[in-house]
Design a protein around this ligand. Structure first.
Ligand code: GRF
Length: 188
């Protein structure tokens, strides 16, 4: 069983979905050691408390540099013998310190069919684009914004009468299947 930490900044519904799948025995290749978040009031902390997952709350503004922040995270990760990092709505670029420490072992999920609509509000970008399909992508993390090697994508329709909220819901449902399935295949 491989030890994995999940990083999130916001709601944490993907985090919760992965933990529930592990608890149900549907993802038996991994053990979730903890949730790492960069916001003291992020909703993912409430979810972690309910799920009895340990949390590490570290705000970069309390460190003298990005490198100092990431070195602190690395210390915590190593203490828990974490081998892989799963980003699930972590709204921050991974810096050279974490990339060096976890080379090839950081995954991210992004709510678009990359390379389309990188960065913030990918759902809004797709919604405004006039495209009739969008989806979600799981990829390895590199130093760029949503630029790492693509592992797998799933797509869904953008319907003529969609709202952005309805589209977001549809994409999230794809993600709840896609991310665990990639995690099961990639993390050994
Ligand atoms: C997901 O749509 C994911 O693709 C993106 O951020 C969102 C996180 O949602 N990176 P949640 O916090 O898991 O609900």
């Amino acid at each position: 069983m491989t030890k994995v930490a999940i990083f999130a900044s916001g709601s944490g519904s993907n985090f919760e979905n992965i933990v529930l799948k592990v608890d149900k025995g549907e993802l038996n290749n991994i053990e979730i050691t903890s949730l790492f978040t960069d916001h003291h009031d992020a909703y993912c902390i409430d979810r972690a408390n309910k799920l009895k997952v340990a949390t590490h709350i570290n705000e970069p503004k309390n460190f003298e540099s990005k490198s100092a922040y990431e070195q602190h995270l690395i210390q915590l990760l190593k203490r828990e013998e974490v081998e892989w990092i799963i980003l699930a709505g972590y709204m921050r670029l991974i810096g050279p310190d974490l990339l060096d420490a976890y080379e090839g072992k950081i995954l991210n999920i992004h709510p678009s069919l990359l390379p389309k609509y990188k960065g913030k509000d990918a759902i809004g970008q797709a919604f405004d684009s006039g495209d009739n399909v969008t989806g979600s992508t799981v990829h390895y993390v590199d130093s760029g914004m949503d630029t790492g090697e693509i592992i797998e994508q799933r797509q869904c329709d953008i319907k003529p009468d969609d709202t952005k909220e309805a589209l977001e819901e549809r994409v999230k449902h794809l993600e709840y299947e896609l991310y665990p399935s990639v995690i099961a295949k990639v993390i050994k």
